[in-house]
Design a binder for this molecule. Sequence first.
Ligand SMILES: Nc1ncnc2c1ncn2[C@@H]1O[C@H](COP(=O)(O)OP(=O)(O)OP(=O)(O)O)[C@@H](O)[C@H]1O
Length: 453
Amino acid sequence: MPHDTLWLKDATTRVQSTALGPVAEHRGRVEDIADGVAMISGLPDVRLDELLRFDAGAFGFAQVLEPDRIGCVLLDAAHALQAGDAVHGTGDVVRVPVGAGLLGRIVDPLGRPLDGKGPITAEATLPIERDAPGIIERDLVVNPVQTGVLVVDTLFALGRGQRELIIGDPATGKTTLAADTIIAQRDTDMICIYVAVGQKTSAVRRAVDALQTHAAFGRCIVVVAGPATPPGLQWIAPFAGMTMAEHFRDKGGHTLIVIDDLSKHAATHREIALLTRQSPGREAYPGDVFYVHARLLERAAKLSQARGGGSLTALPIAQTEAGNLSAYIPTNLISITDGQIVLNARLFQEGQKPAVDVGVSVSRVGGKTQAPALRDAAKSLRLGVRARIAARHGHILAKRIGGHPRILACRDDPGQGRNQNDQREQNGEGGRESEPCFRLGFFDRWHEAASLG
Ligand SMILES: Nc1ncnc2c1ncn2[C@@H]1O[C@H](COP(=O)(O)OP(=O)(O)OP(=O)(O)O)[C@@H](O)[C@H]1O
C-alpha cells in the first residue's frame, strides 16, 4: 500500500476512535488570594485534599470545604496568581516520587531536586497521606537502633519502629543529636530521611555537611521546606518524607525519619487554619492539630513478618520555650510518641553535650531491645542519677514507708527544709478513713529522706 494511503487510513482510525462529543468540565474561580492560601468558588465536586490546578500552572490542594467555597493551600509561589483566575480539580491527591533514585539527593516536599544533580528517577509516585498499618500488620519492637550517643544507647535505648521525640529549647543540640543518629546508621542497613521544616538554610547546610563529611549521605534523602517556601509546601513536608520512608519499609527495608521540627510544622498548620478562617482553639491552634501529628507519627511501625518485617523509626523534633514541657504542642507530642529525649538548656550552657536531661527523658519501648544485663544496669543507673538530681533540686519522690505510701520532698536550702518540716497528713478516700494514707514531709537532704525507708 502506498505511503500516503497508509497515513490516511491511520488518521481515519484515530478520528473515529476519538470521542468528539461535548465534555463537561467544572472550572472554579479564585475569589481571594493571600499568604499562600486561595479561596475558590465554583468547584462543588472537589474533595478534601484533592490537587487543584490553576490556569497559570501553579498547584494547590483543597484543605477546607465549605458549602460555597474551598480553602486551597498553594504549593507554588502565589505571585503569578490573582483573583479571577480559573482553577480545575484534578481528581487526584498530592503525590511524591519514591524509590532508590532519591538516595543521596536533596529534594523539596514534592520530590523536585534542589541539589542541581538533575532529575530524579522515581520507582513510583505515591500519595503523601496514607493509612498507618493496622494492629495485625504490626510486630513488637525488638531490634535496637544504635544512635552512637552513649547516654541514649544505655539509658534510653531506641528500637526499630519506635517513635522517640527529641525536645528542647532553641540551640540545645536537637539537630546535632538527630544528625549523629543518622551518621551512626552509615554501616547498617538503615535508610535515613531527614525532613527540614521551616529550618534556616544554614542549619540544613550544616546538617548536610555533617552527613557528607562522615560518608553517611549516600543512604539519606534530605527533604527541605525552608522558611521562605509557601506554607503549603512546609505543611506537606513531613507527610512527603513519611511516604518516601514507607516505600522502603513496605519492601522489607529499615528506615529512620527525622522531622526537624514539628513545632514549626504546628505553627504552619495554625497559620493555614487562621488564613482559612477555621476556629482557633488553645494557643490559637485549630482543634485538629493533635490528629494531624498523631496520624503522621502513627505511620512509623515495625511490620509483621507477613508484611515483610520492615520498620520505620521516627525521631520527631520539637522545640520548647524556657524548658516548658507542658505547653500545648510539646504535651501533644509527648503523649503521641513512645518516649522523649529532653535536652536541657542549663546543662548545655554548663558544657554537658549532648545536654540530655536524664531526670525527665524516657524511652518506653526501646529497653526491650537491650540485653537483660544492660537493661538492669541501665535501670539502676537511671534511678541513681534521678535520686541525685532530686537531692540537688528538691524534686518530690513517692516512697512506701511502714506500709503507707508517702511523698517525700527534699530541699536544697537546709533552713527552708527545717521550717517546713511539719508533716501534713491527708486522709484517703475523701477523709473517710481514720488512718492517714499520705504524708508530706520536707527534708534537708536526700539521704535523710531516703534513710526513712
Ligand atoms: N554534642 C555536641 N557537641 C558539640 N557541639 C554541639 C553538640 N550539640 C550541639 N552542638 C552545637 O550547638 C549548636 C546548636 O546545635 P543545634 O543546631 O543542633 O541545636 P538545635 O537545638 O537543633 O537548634 P535549633 O533550635 O536552632 O534548631 C551548634 O553550633 C552545634 O554545633
